[in-house]
Every structure is written in structure tokens, then in C-alpha cells.
Write a protein that binds this ligand. Structure first.
Ligand SMILES: *Cc1c(COP(=O)(O)O)cnc(C)c1O
Length: 871
């Protein structure tokens, strides 16, 4: 019989240890080792059974056992300590509190996925883990952030393998009552509910669950409510499930519903309204439409704004982060679908054609039938960024169609390189070493340069412990995977000897879209086999990754790889572990000596798994893509060279895989084993290093990695950059726009309209320069004059710039610098002469050009309006 109703009865915990439910519900436990240790110590066996989930553990623990624990003064004291620590953590001033009252009061952070802990499986990969790390770090440094996402009933799928190595997906349903979540309720106790009007009179309702991520609340919208029809209930069924309509409904709920959820949360808890809205990738972009709707609504604003005014006001306080240069990573919907959803009451008062225009690909190469969420994201945000320096460059090029006439480097998309939450990802043993030797907790940013004082022997012994832990975990997972594939225990004794805690261990784990090239290592199977079985310098590989359920090419890659690992000759040296998730990752990163990353450059926007490896003293072996492109320094790992552009796909993979084998065989493995092949002639097994028996060069690379990469890749650096470079300026611009009933937003919007209509007439009539001798020399100055017709605009409304620098063969200026031409002389008839003197400060080919741009104090970038005129 099926249950007609299910609910979860929460344990009643005796008063003496009454803080346990609070400790289990605030997700700080997921990165706070002492709190985890407390739960583990209550009943180590049950802790294992409950898969390290404090709430599941409390639900499973018997009443008698709880009574007994409550009578144990040592337990009571530990619980009290833990609660005191949590209370202090939640309230003490941190870095953000030193910024003063000008810092934003509240920031909303929208993301379709959040990877915080394996206990809350609401993520598929890097985007979600990054969002989780962003919230945790915001909490650590005191940023008043509120996360907004969806609560998927099944989250992302669980992966297992069939006998013939094909990926199988299952979607176990989650019971929100059994998760570390609290349902947001009205004062009378009924669940708070938000509604989105859909076409044909339907309504999409959602409840709001709150997860507490340290001091950061995360609001998760759940459409599985009784008020909904079946289709609406299914909107939040699974992460990135379905296509078309289903996906669009999810994104409308996330963006527009998310803003409504924030309003309800503010009303019920008294928290301030967000001053900044940050959208993590385009999926949540409809938040901008909801904010425009609010600003245009006569019931909400004393003097309602026009569409242009509302757009201007909303953009001022919105930050958009783009995460992918891979077209498949960007959501695009048929225009007609957007039109259909907005034809009804979803955004009353907001003209549908204006919404459509926000997502239009009206540039060279664009598809007129498509509504592009990333393009809308850029148009709805005054500030935007990519997630690594190289990704910034790639994004400026990729979206250059939105800023026609601009040099790519002037396109207003900056970059903030991603980072990782160190307390989550650093292994507890390494954290303990930091605490003992450096005297600080990882949360307080230990000075990792003190690692230079730790002896070679201690570093190497720690690495071996971490590697051994991985080997043990991998054996367990391997056996369980084989059992699911149909093997009997009697056939699986070999798994207990798979992998070797003394062999150079290389990790590769990530989602399996084709561009990440999971199977590049298989390009020459005989060569890989020889590396695995090398008599002196063997390597072993631990591999994991999920393929998107609809991606058969990815599943085929997994199959090819797993079938290679099934070979009895190599299966003790290469393993594939199914169901990659946060729990596996936390043992995997620290346990690997080398982290391998071989995407197709430049398609990896940033990549964070290599950062997580690095903060554990693993060395990276990676294509110069994403974060590695800016952080590789020759002593923290290895760079896999990239084939020249223009080579065929097959040739490119041949070249890059050959380079990979070459590096492994001649650089990586010999160095790991101590540079010198010293084992007695003919002896089998890994060679032993000479001297003190330790590979000193390798160990020095570990120290260098911890000391230098550690701070650079930490999410603390990232979040502080977001605050200083994006959130604070966005809050200032948002306040300015808001002041006096949006007076300046109205003025700015009107100005934009007038400039747009005048701009067609703005042109540079004449440019001349004087002052140079026949043979120009460094130190001479050049007087540049430009006569510009301003078509009714005043000189104060434009910037006229001289750009100068080297001239390339195609006459393009390179290494350019910019000088503003300030002094303007009225020539009459709307014409002005602008002048500047520029100093010739380098030899070689020299050239200059003149550019006119609109200018207004409320603009965040001169390129913002996409208007320019050049001579
Ligand atoms: C870090 C992480 C990712 C993202 O890895 P990339 O290198 O950015 O692709 C995906 N899944 C899990 C479980 C992770 O921990």
C-alpha cells in the first residue's frame, strides 16, 4: 500500500543537550570540524550509518540513548561549548563589519543550484559548489548575504553503472522535513506562500524553505504544494530536468518568485531589503523583470516609473556573473515561449516587446527566433564579470556583439577569479597541522608561508596519510560499484588490493561534458597502460564524474573509460568511482598527488577542483585554461601545452595527449619518486628515492603551492573582491538611483533616451595634429585637435578620447593608452573643437585614433550604452 500522507517526526531532545537540533540545523557544521566531531562522538557507528548527517543521526538515535547522553556531564559540556561557539560565530563582528555604514545593508545572491553539503544535494557541479562556497565565505567574513534558489524534490541524480559500464540515473525523492531546512511561516503559523500567475488562468505557488548557512540565510522555493496543479507541483521536481517549458517555468520561479520570496522573508523577519542583486549565471535573470514590475506598479511606488526608468533603476544595483564560454551552457528559449508566458498577468504593466528585446540576439551571428538568458543578464545588470582573467577576455569577445564598435578590451565585463572555501575543502588533518604549527584556525586565514618551517619528513608523512585515506575510500566504493554491476563478493577480493598508498596518485573528477575530455588519457591506450605499469615509476589514476542524463556522448566517454579500467591487467592502477559528490570530493582532493585537468582551451571558464587540490598540497597538471592560465608559475605544477588553433580535432587531441604522456613519464613521475631511479636492477615495484629517502623537489613544490596558491585561490579573496569591486559600487549606484523617489534614475533614463536619439548625428568631422619634427623622437609632444559635431549634445555629455599606441600590421592599434581631450572650443552650429597634447614616450611604430563616447555620472563604464563614434 502507498502512504497517502507522509511526515517526519522530529526527535525531542532532552533539555541538557537541547542545543543539538540547532547545531544540526545550522549548516555551519558542514565546515566546522569540532561540531562534526561532537556528533560523531555521540555514537560513532550511528554517525557512519547516518552518512555523517547530524539531523539524520538525531532522528535515528533512540530516546534511551539521548536520555543517557543527557546524564553525561562531559557530553553536556561539549554540547554547550559547541552552542556557545555557534552563537559567537553568528554574532561577532567580522571583516565586513569594519567597512562602515556605507557598505550594503543586504545583498541577494541568486543561483539555480547550491552545493553546500552532500546532505543537501541541490547541485550538479562547479556552478553549485561555487555558490555554496560563496555563501559559506560570506558568512565567515560577515557579508549580509541572502541566497535564493529552488528546492528540488530529487536534486541531481545519483549515478551508478550497468554491467556494461553505461551510466544509470536514479532520482531518490528528498523529504524536506528530514533536511536541515525550516519552512517559512506567517505569524499565524500557516506556511508562507508566493504565487506567479501563469497563462490561461493557471497559478504557480511555492513555499519557501530556509537553510541556515552559518549566518547566511538561503531561501529555497518549493512548488510541491497542495495548492498547485500537477504540472505546477512538478516545476521543482529535479535540477535541470526536462526542457523547454519546464525549464522556463523553473527559471521564472527562481527569478521572479525569488524576488517575491525575499519580500516575504523581509516582512516576516524584519531583515532589510536587498540593496544589491547578484545573479550567478543567466538562469535567474527574470529577477530583473520582477524588479522592473515592482517599480512600475502604482500600488507599490508613489510615482510609478516608466519601463526605461525602472530598467535604469534596477540595473544600477544588479550584478551579473557569466560562467561559461560553452554555448550549451547558456539557456536559450524560443521567443514565442517567452511571449506566451508573459502575455498574461505574470508581469502586468511591463511591455512584452521590451522583455523580448532584453533577450534578443540582435547582433551578427545571433538567432532572431531565440531569447538568450545570458544576453538578458548582461542587459539587466550595470556590472558584469567573468570568473577568471582569461574567461574575462573570452567573455568580452563572446558578447562583443552587444557593444558594436568597441575594442574588446573596452567591453564592460570584468573578471573576478573564483575561489574555494578553505574550511570546507582543506583536509582536517592538514587543518590540524596548521592549527598546531601556525597557531591559527583555517577560518582565520593561516599564514601558510609557515609551511616552510615544516620538515620534509612531516610533509611527506602527511601526504601519505591523505593518500592512504583515499585508497581506503576508493576500495570501498569500487567494491560497492562492482556489486551493483552484478559481481559477487567472492569475485571481488582484488578490490581490497586495488591502488597502492605508495604509488603516485593522479585524480580526475568533474562533470563529463565533452569539452572536459575525460577520455583524452585514453588516446593511446598502450601508452597509458605502460605508464600505469611502469616498473620504476608507476602512476595510478582515480577518476569520477557524472554525465548529464541527456548527453549520450558523455555517457559513451564514461563507458570507454570504465571498460578500460575493467581490464584485470590494470584495474589495480586505474579506477572509476561512481556518484561523484561533495563527500567523495573531500577525500579525493587531499588524497591525490596530482590533479589532472585537460579541457579544450579556452572552454573551462575557471575550474575550481584544481584549487581544492592545491590547498591540500596536490600539484596541478593542467591545460593553460581557466584559473591555471593566471596561476601556473613553473613551481606549482605543470602546464600541458595546447595545440595551435586551426589544427583538426583529431590532430589536436593527438598532440595534447602526447604532451600529457610525455610530461607524466619524464617529469612528473621521476620527480615524485625522487628524481633518481635507484632501485636495485631488476627489482619490481616503485623505485625508492635516494638520500634521506624523500623527494625533496616534490616536497618543495608542495610547500610552494600551499604558501602561494593557498591565499590566491581562497574564496575569501574572491568574496572580498566581489564586495569591493562590485557590491559596494552597485549599492552606491542603487541608492543614488533610488533617492528622492527615483529622481536621478528618471533623469538618467531620460538622458539615455535623448542621447540615443541624438547619437546618429554625432560625428568627428576632422582630426589634425601638430608639433612633431620630421623625425619624431621620444619626449616630443603631439598636439591633437578634433572637430566634433555633437548633434545638440553639450561637450559635458561626451568624452572625446585619443587612443594611442603601437600600430600592428593590419593597422590596428595595440597596447593602447587613452588620453581625454578636455578643452572644448565652441565652433558654432553644434560643432566643437577638442584638444589634447600627447607625449611620445616610446619608439617604434606609433599611431593614434579618436573616439567619442557618451558621458554621464551615473554610467559605470563608458561603453555602457553601446554607443560610440570613431575617427
Ligand atoms: C569542485 C567540484 C566540482 C567542480 O569542479 P570543476 O573543476 O570546476 O569542474 C564539481 N563537483 C564537485 C563534487 C566538486 O567538489
Amino acid at each position: 500500500m502507498k502512504a497517502i500522507r507522509r511526515f517526519t517526526v522530529r526527535t525531542v531532545v532532552p533539555e541538557q543537550i537541547g542545543a543539538l537540533p540547532r547545531l544540526a540545523t545550522n549548516l555551519r557544521w558542514s565546515w566546522h570540524v569540532p561540531t562534526r566531531q561532537l556528533f560523531e562522538s555521540l555514537d560513532p557507528a550511528l554517525w557512519e550509518q547516518a552518512h555523517h548527517d547530524p539531523l539524520a543521526m538525531l532522528a535515528a538515535i533512540s530516546r534511551e540513548q539521548l536520555q543517557a547522553l543527557a546524564q553525561d556531564p562531559a557530553v553536556v559540556a561539549r554540547v554547550e561549548d559547541a552552542e556557545r561557539s555557534l552563537t559567537q560565530y553568528l554574532s561577532e563582528p567580522r571583516w565586513y563589519q569594519s567597512l562602515g555604514a556605507q557598505a550594503p545593508q543586504s545583498i541577494a545572491y541568486f543561483s539555480p543550484e547550491f552545493g553546500i553539503t552532500e546532505v543537501l544535494p541541490q547541485y550538479s557541479g562547479g556552478l553549485g559548489i561555487l555558490a555554496g562556497d560563496h555563501l559559506k565565505t560570506a558568512s565567515d567574513v560577515g557579508v549580509p548575504l541572502t541566497g535564493v534558489g529552488l528546492l528540488y524534490q530529487a536534486g541531481y541524480f545519483k549515478q551508478s553503472l550497468s554491467e556494461d559500464a553505461w551510466q544509470k540515473e536514479t532520482y531518490p525523492l528528498l523529504d524536506p522535513d528530514a533536511l536541515p531546512l525550516t519552512l517559512l511561516r506567517e505569524e499565524d503559523g500557516t506556511p508562507a506562500i508566493l504565487s506567479l500567475p501563469l497563462p490561461e488562468g493557471r497559478v504557480l505557488h511555492a513555499h519557501i524553505w530556509r537553510a541556515d548557512v552559518g549566518r547566511v540565510p538561503l531561501l529555497l522555493l518549493d512548488s510541491n504544494v497542495a495548492q498547485n496543479d500537477d504540472a505546477a507541483r512538478g516545476v521543482t521536481d529535479r535540477l535541470y530536468g526536462g526542457g523547454g517549458d519546464h525549464r522556463l517555468a523553473q527559471e521564472l520561479l527562481l527569478g521572479m518568485g525569488g524576488v517575491k520570496a525575499l519580500r516575504i522573508h523581509a516582512r516576516l523577519t524584519g531583515t532589510p531589503a536587498p540593496e544589491v542583486f547578484h545573479t550567478n549565471e543567466g538562469h535567474a535573470g527574470f529577477l530583473g523583470i520582477e524588479r522592473i514590475r515592482e517599480l512600475m506598479d502604482p500600488a507599490l511606488t508613489s510615482v510609478p516609473l516608466s519601463f526605461n526608468e525602472a530598467l535604469t533603476a534596477g540595473r544600477a544595483s544588479t550584478v551579473f556573473t557569466t560562467h561559461t564560454p560553452v554555448p550549451a551552457g547558456i539557456d536559450r528559449f524560443p521567443r514565442g515561449m517567452i511571449e506566451y508566458f508573459f502575455a498574461g498577468e505574470l508581469a502586468p504593466g511591463v511591455p512584452v516587446d521590451r522583455i523580448l528585446a532584453l533577450g534578443a540576439e540582435n547582433y551578427d551571428g545571433g538567432d532572431p527566433e531565440v531569447f538568450n538568458m545570458a544576453v538578458m543578464g548582461l542587459r539587466l545588470a550595470q556590472r558584469a564579470n567573468g570568473v577568471a582573467k582569461l574567461h574575462g577576455v573570452v567573455s568580452r569577445e563572446m558578447f562583443s556583439g552587444l557593444w558594436p564598435g568597441f575594442d574588446h578590451q573596452d567591453i564592460p565585463i570584468t573578471s573576478v577569479t573564483n575561489g574555494v572555501h578553505v574550511p570546507t575543502w582543506v583536509d582536517p588533518q592538514l587543518a590540524a597541522m596548521a592549527r598546531e604549527r601556525f597557531g591559527t584556525d583555517v577560518l582565520d586565514g593561516p599564514d601558510w608561508s609557515k609551511v616552510y618551517d615544516v620538515s620534509d619528513a612531516d610533509v611527506w608523512a602527511l601526504r601519505r596519510r591523505l593518500r592512504s585515506a583515499l585508497v581506503a575510500d576508493a576500495r570501498r566504493r569500487l567494491r560497492s560499484s562492482w556489486k551493483k554491476r552484478g559481481a559477487a563478493d567472492a569475485q571481488l577480493a582484488w578490490t581490497d588490493a586495488a591502488l597502492d598508498p605508495d604509488v603516485l596518485t593522479i585524480g580526475f573528477a568533474r562533470r563529463v561534458p565533452t569539452y572536459k575530455r575525460l577520455t583524452l588519457m585514453l588516446r593511446d591506450p598502450a601508452r597509458l597502460k605502460a605508464l600505469l605499469l611502469h616498473p620504476k615509476h608507476p602512476i595510478q589514476l582515480v577518476i569520477a564524474g557524472k554525465s548529464h542524463p541527456a548527453d549520450d556522448a558523455g555517457k559513451k566517454m564514461i563507458q570507454d573509460l570504465v571498460q578500460f579500467t575493467d581490464d584485470p591487467e590494470v584495474r589495480h592502477r586505474i579506477v572509476f568511482l561512481p556518484n561523484y559528490d561533495i563527500a567523495m570530493a573531500r577525500t579525493l582532493f587531499p588524497g591525490c598527488d596530482v590533479w589532472l585537468n585537460n579541457p579544450l582551451r579556452p572552454l573551462e571558464a575557471c575550474g575550481t577542483s584544481g584549487m581544492k587540490a592545491a590547498i591540500n598540497g596536490s600539484l596541478n597538471l593542467s591545460v593553460m585554461d581557466g584559473w591555471w592560465d593566471e596561476h601556473y608559475d613553473g613551481e606549482n605544477g605543470w602546464a600541458i601545452p595546447t595545440a595551435n588553433r586551426g589544427t583538426s580535432d583529431a590532430e589536436r587531441d593527438d598532440i595534447e595527449s602526447a604532451a600529457l604522456y610525455e610530461l607524466l613519464e619524464n617529469q612528473v613521475a621521476p620527480r615524485f619518486y625522487g628524481d633518481v631511479v635507484s632501485a636495485a636492477a631488476g627489482a619490481a615495484g616503485p623505485s625508492q628515492p635516494q638520500g634521506d629517502g624523500l623527494p625533496s623537489h616534490w616536497i618543495s613544490m608542495i610547500r610552494h603551492t600551499l604558501a602561494h596558491l593557498g591565499p590566491a585561490v581562497s574564496a575569501e579573496r574572491m568574496v572580498k573582491e566581489y564586495v569591493q569591486r562590485l557590491y559596494q559600487p552597485a549599492a552606491v549606484a542603487g541608492r543614488e538611483a533610488h533617492a528622492h523617489d527615483y529622481a536621478s534614475a528618471r533623469e538618467f533614463a531620460a538622458w539615455i533616451e535623448s542621447v540615443r536619439s541624438a547619437w546618429g548625428g554625432v560625428h568627428i568631422e576632422h582630426v589634425e595634429s601638430h608639433g612633431l619634427a620630421d623625425e619624431p623622437q621620444i619626449g616630443q609632444s603631439l598636439q591633437v585637435r578634433a572637430n566634433v559635431h555633437l548633434a545638440g549634445l553639450s561637450p559635458a555629455e561626451v568624452s572625446v578620447l585619443v587612443k594611442y599606441g603601437k600600430v600592428a600590421e593590419n593597422d590596428e592599434l595595440i597596447d593602447t593608452r587613452t588620453l581625454a581631450m578636455e578643452s572644448a572650443t565652441d565652433l558654432g552650429g553644434g560643432r566643437y573643437q577638442f584638444a589634447a597634447d600627447l607625449l611620445i614616450d616610446r619608439s617604434g611604430s606609433f599611431g593614434y585614433g579618436v573616439q567619442v563616447l557618451p558621458r554621464h555620472a551615473a554610467m559605470a563604464s563608458p561603453a555602457e550604452l553601446g554607443l560610440t563614434t570613431t575617427a
